[in-house]
Design a protein. Structure first.
Length: 69
């Protein structure tokens, strides 16, 4: 993760969102590398939760949600 010097919260949000997306992609790649079904389910669930977090950060950046206005 980049160590940003800015005080702009949206820049930090974009940085964190990018890291979340990288983690989500890594987890999804690992689904194809394991055979155990419980591990596959855990990884898929984790990827979905992380995608939800990334989406929340995106909504904050875009000011789409009422709570972010």
């Amino acid at each position: 993760m980049k160590n940003l010097e800015t005080t702009d919260p949206k820049e930090h949000s974009r940085n964190i969102r990018g890291e979340l997306q990288e983690l989500r992609d890594h987890i999804r790649r690992d689904i194809g590398k394991v055979e155990e079904q419980r591990a596959k389910a855990l990884f898929e669930t984790s990827a979905e939760v992380i995608q939800g977090l990334a989406t929340a950060f995106s909504h904050y950046e875009e000011g789409k949600e009422e709570a972010w206005k």
